[in-house]
Ligand binder design. Structure first.
Ligand SMILES: Cc1cc2nc3c(=O)[nH]c(=O)nc-3n(C[C@H](O)[C@H](O)[C@H](O)COP(=O)(O)OP(=O)(O)OC[C@H]3O[C@@H](n4cnc5c(N)ncnc54)[C@H](O)[C@@H]3O)c2cc1C
Length: 509
């Protein structure tokens, strides 16, 4: 007998988990099947790898690397394995837990590609590896066709789902001193003032607990008996009949067996690159699919704090990450982060171990000049490791982008110079390093061919088919996107749930 569900969700990252939790909360009798191509990770489902012991973290990272499962990655910026490009721009790519799409892409005229484009395949997706920085979008980063109060309410919900901690006010100790330096350097009329980076974490017994997708799902299994998370299950294609999504063809990765599941609603949250891949494989190919690919530029600057800012001289609030944020503004379309990371939970090392406690990082993100021609292209004939349409990325930089990159480098250097000395000149990270691929299934106000889905993430011209993930974000952003992605998925799932009968289980299949 063919399996029947109310909602089939493809992908178990933050976006898919938000759909599952929100629909389950709204309609506890719903039958919700969430499929994930990667494996389960031992331990609590959806646990963030930063909460694990070193041994468990490395084991989890090795499991989620898809075709590169088991390949050891660099543990530190100074510790580069054989075969990995040793340049600083590549060292800034965050490798553990991920696998590359194609680190040596063939480039067409005028393209720069995204050589560091990466993905994770495992329960929780990238949402068990992420850095948890959760800034709100500002000014033109916000989606203009969602009423401001509705977007704010969705962001409020997203902060609850992700257990975001915010640090308002001037801060204390070293954090306050660094924030003041950045405010003096970067605040001005029309500019969003410097503050602290909100983070998806909370504190337990004096230790930060980073939010993985387990935090989003909560105790869904015990409240919604019809919820199932099925790992090692590939969604090969969505079945669309007469313009209506009615289910999907799934493949058990352990046996290779293919089977059909029928669903009232299908939601694809398979990351910024693979969500359009699933749609393409399903024959859902609106003009904008895969286009307007937007990965913001990332410039990293590492160095050492001056004696005046030596963490040893300060007593900061113990429950403070001290990550100073220079937010995005239209007049300066970039976001700066400045942090003393030597003693922070983000353990990386660079150069002289004796200076480790004075290590500082100043990562800056710059907004991309979005172009139709920047895209992920899918092959009709060739396939990837999973047997899905092979992806090729086309990515270029406009003159505006070149100016942005230059300003990013200058601002990164300015922020570092306020508090210390750079170890190396600020460098542009290899394309794809931000792991924030947006725009590929972008939302739009109207069905005018420039977007893939509406403001509730329903795919235009296909009934009962929804998408989610960073790919839906249509604006040119510098801020880290996951909070916005969760907000948009919460809003879409809330709308989707209104189409389900309140007592799903009473229906006869
Ligand atoms: C090291 C690191 C640091 C990061 N730091 C930050 C940060 O500080 N702030 C921030 O905002 N963002 C950060 N990110 C990005 C953040 O993790 C992503 O924005 C977020 O995980 C996207 O959620 P998602 O659900 O759309 O996709 P994902 O988390 O990638 O999940 C998608 C899932 O879909 C699965 N899938 C794909 N295709 C199929 C298929 N055909 N069938 C079944 N399953 C499929 C994948 O295996 C994957 O598990 C970081 C990411 C990494 C890796």
């Amino acid at each position: 007998m063919t399996e029947q569900v109310d909602v089939l969700i493809v992908g178990s990252g933050p976006a898919g988990s938000t759909y599952a939790r929100t629909i389950g909360d709204a309609v506890p009798t719903a039958r919700i099947l969430m499929v994930e191509v990667g494996p389960r990770i031992p331990g609590t489902r959806g646990e963030h790898t930063l909460n694990m012991s070193e041994e468990a973290r490395v084991a989890a990272q090795l499991l989620t690397q898809g075709p590169e499962a088991g390949v050891e990655r660099a543990k530190a910026l100074a510790d580069i394995g054989d075969g990995i490009d040793p340049s600083l721009e590549f060292r800034q790519t965050i490798l553990p837990g991920l696998f590359f799409l194609d680190p040596r892409p063939k480039l067409e005229d005028g393209e720069v590609g995204l050589s560091a484009a990466s993905m994770a395949s495992g329960v929780g997706g990238m949402g068990i590896h992420w850095g948890t920085s959760s800034p709100r979008p500002h000014q033109s980063e916000r989606i203009p066709f969602i009423p401001a109060d509705e977007l704010d309410a969705a962001l409020d919900h997203a902060e609850q789902l992700l257990r975001v901690t915010k640090w308002d006010g001037p801060g204390t100790g070293l954090s306050a001193k660094i924030r003041l330096q950045m405010a003096e350097e970067f605040d001005g009329p029309g500019l969003t003032p410097a503050g602290f980076m909100p983070s998806s974490l909370h504190w337990e017994n004096g230790r930060p607990q980073f939010s993985g997708t387990g935090v989003i799902l909560g105790d869904l299994e015990s409240k919604v008996s019809g919820f199932e998370l099925r790992a090692e299950t590939l969604a090969r294609r969505v079945i669309v009949e007469d313009g209506v999504a009615v289910g999907a063809v799934l493949e058990d990765r352990r046996t290779g067996e293919s089977y059909e599941v029928r669903a009232e609603h299908v939601v694809v949250c398979a990351d910024g690159l693979r969500t359009p891949q699933v749609l393409f494989a399903s024959g859902v190919r609106p003009t904008a699919l895969g286009h307007y690919l937007n990965e913001h530029f990332q410039v990293g600057a590492f160095g050492y704090l001056d004696d005046e800012f030596d963490p040893a001289r300060f007593e900061d609030e113990p429950e403070h990450l001290g990550y100073v944020l220079v937010p995005f503004s239209d007049a300066r379309p970039m976001q700066g982060g400045i942090t003393a990371i030597g003693n922070s939970p983000y353990s990386i090392s660079l150069g002289d171990p004796a200076l480790a406690s004075k290590l500082m990082a100043c990562p800056w993100y710059g907004a991309k000049d979005i172009q139709y021609r920047d895209r992920v292209e899918f092959s009709e004939t060739e396939t990837d490791f999973y047997g899905m349409p092979k992806m090729t990325i086309h990515y270029s930089r406009t003159d505006t982008d070149l100016v942005t990159i230059q300003q990013l480098k200058e601002n990164a250097a300015r922020s570092a110079a306020r508090i210390g000395t750079l170890a190396e000149e600020p460098a542009l990270a290899a394309g794809g390093s931000s792991i924030h691929y947006q725009g590929t299934v972008r939302m739009g106000a109207t069905n005018d061919g420039l977007s893939v889905c509406d403001q509730y993430l329903k795919v235009w011209d296909v009934e009962n088919l929804y998408v989610g993930g960073n790919g839906v974000i249509p604006t040119s952003t510098a801020s880290n996107p996951t909070l916005t992605t969760v907000a948009l998925a919460w809003r879409a799932a809330t709308e989707l749930a209104t189409h389900l009968p309140s007592e799903c289980s009473r229906r006869l299949w």
